[in-house]
Design a binder for this molecule. Structure first.
Ligand SMILES: Nc1nc2c(c(=O)[nH]1)N[C@@H](CN(C=O)c1ccc(C(=O)N[C@@H](CCC(=O)O)C(=O)O)cc1)CN2
Length: 290
């Protein structure tokens, strides 16, 4: 048996089409959703992601503003930019591209964003709301993984889901979303005992550890659905390659469905950012989220 490929590009295109329809409706009411993207420094991957975010905004009719700042920008200067965007009534969503240069405290910066404009869902107000099941802005990568899982499995109720990795951006919000979908959730990390055996009991495995191809076939129960969040750049056979946290070739014959890297979770992250921007715009105008 060979697993079905979960096509993140196609799923992202569907989300973006939904978003474009919502944007058209808002514009007909005189509301133009706008997203501010803040990029500090020269990280080449961050530049690509920001370019793709601005492009997706344009394609869905969302107005975008870019604030590009040099790597040596002080925390105070960055906070001043965020304060200006918070105060601008025509800006609905703000995101600060991560990682920030080492001299800037990321938490301090993320906490400075108005929670209603926090389209990354990283502010503690939104993190807390997510764990309480309130309708808050939700981190884009985990929200994208949930869409892929629902498209693949339908109702997730009662499934045993294992999340490997406990980062604030992916692992922890992913666990909260799976719990909200009535899964039985285990979060595995570097100190977990018998991680492989626990993972092998799961119906759903979400790998978000940042270690190239760490999850092999012996971590996966036959027929499980595998979501690979890893994006690792490695050099192999003299070529630069992008690989996930899952050993794709080894797991393919064991799983029932699997996301590839590239073309799996990554495109969903950007699509869900556009979705969150429209949600933020609707909420700021007293409308329910869709
Ligand atoms: N403020 C944020 N910073 C970061 C986030 C985030 O959600 N908010 N996530 C990641 C980077 N990221 C978005 O910002 C992101 C990563 C990967 C992709 C993507 O489409 N990947 C492609 C491959 C692209 C490539 O060649 O590198 C894929 O997997 O198919 C989109 C967005 C960290 N920072």
């Amino acid at each position: 048996m060979s697993a079905r490929l979960i096509d993140g590009k196609a799923a992202a295109a569907r989300v973006l089409t939904e978003v474009a329809t919502q944007v058209e409706r808002l514009k007909a009411q005189g509301i133009e959703p706008a997203l501010a993207v803040v990029l500090v420094g020269d990280d080449p991957a961050s530049h690509v992601y920001v370019r793709n975010k601005v492009r997706s905004a344009g394609e869905t009719g969302i107005r975008s503003l870019e604030r590009r700042l040099p790597a040596e920008t002080s925390a105070e200067a960055l906070l001043a930019v965020i304060a200006e965007l918070n105060a601008d009534p025509l800006v609905n969503g703000i995101l600060v591209q991560l990682p920030l240069p080492g001299h800037i405290d990321e938490t301090r910066v993320l906490q400075a964003i108005d929670p209603h404009k926090d389209v990354d869902g990283f502010h503690s107000e939104n993190v807390g709301g997510l764990s309480q099941g309130r309708p808050v802005l939700t981190p884009c990568t985990p929200a994208g993984c949930m869409r892929l899982l629902r498209d693949t499995l339908g109702d997730l109720s009662g499934k045993h889901a294992v999340v490997i990795g406990r980062s604030n951006i992916v692992g922890k919000p992913m666990a909260a979303l799976l719990l909200a979908a009535n899964c039985t959730v285990s979060v595995l990390h570097s100190r977990s005992r018998d991680a492989q055996a626990l993972s092998r009991q799961a119906d759903i495995v979400v790998a978000a550890i940042g270690r190239p191809r760490m999850i092999g076939a012996d971590w996966i129960k036959p027929g499980a659905v595998v979501i690979d969040v890893g994006i690792n750049r490695i050099e192999e056979d003299g070529r630069n390659r992008l690989v996930g946290d899952v050993d794709f070739d080894a797991v393919l014959p064991v799983a029932s469905a699997i996301t590839p890297v590239p073309g799996g979770v990554g495109p969903m992250t950007i699509a869900l950012l556009m979705h969150n921007t429209v949600t933020a715009a609707r909420q700021q105008h007293g409308q329910e989220s869709v």
